[in-house]
Design a protein around this ligand. Sequence first.
Ligand code: ZN
Ligand code: ZN
Length: 310
Amino acid sequence: MFYLCDNSFIRQVVPRGVDPDEHPSRRTFELLANEIRLRIITALGDASGEDGYASLAFSDLREATGVEDSGKFTYHLKQLIGEFVEETEPGYSLTLSGIRAYQAVVGHQAEGDVVIEPFDIPGECPTCGGQRRAWYENGRGHVGCGDCGETEFRYPVDARHVDPEDVESLLDAMHAQCLRDYGSMIWGICPYCGGTAATELRFEADHWEETGMIDDDALVHGACESCSWFFYANLAAVLRLEEPVQAFFAARGVDIWSEYLWTDHIDWIVDAVDVDPVRVRGHFAHDGDHLSVVVDGDVRLIEARTIESV
Ligand SMILES: [Zn+2]
Ligand SMILES: [Zn+2]
């Protein structure tokens, strides 16, 4: 089995004709497009710790933002109150929107110029049999081939989880990031903006030609209605989140959570694809035993049957 996950290509679309003046995010950015207001949000966030989000008295907050002019400071603080900052008995603190804004600030700060050059990892290229490699560049982790140059896997991974001094950290980070994102999208929640997400099976290969990535029989497509975050993923990897799949491997001494998503130790074969209604039949195999599964078009596991070898 090879692995496949990607969200890196740009779609060509016809603009939907949204009037930017009416878009609610416009006001958000107008409010935040000011150095002092950003400093207020950052100061309240930075003052917080493991015990929760901080509340700062007026004078402490002004000192933390480094704004000498009290009138100017008061003006900008007032702009934020009600939306990003709330005034409470002990002082000022971030609202939920304020916390989200602070998270965006620290998340963005973490993007850096971290690069990990390609290094060998276990497994063979499904195209040419060459050595598999992993690398990190442009904020994305990759798995691909050192010989033919084919990419099997590509996914954004936060640089904070990648240590160039310890290249294996990239593998742990890619694995954890994808498991989180798959789980969240399958449950209908975008892991990035919190909007409504949907997953479905896709069979077309158009964008693989576009990006030069390897094709597969059936791919899981996840997409957020609000922020347009999306991915294409290998079906077997997404099925790992299902209890019957975990139980099948656990009963055979395999901890599926600790096996990297792109491992070829987990044997998965697609047996049949029906289009109307959409059904993918496939099986996981381990030491002669099979777990036969049927998945519907919304990536729901509707049948799982263990067939033991005799
Ligand atoms: Zn290759
Ligand atoms: Zn989203």
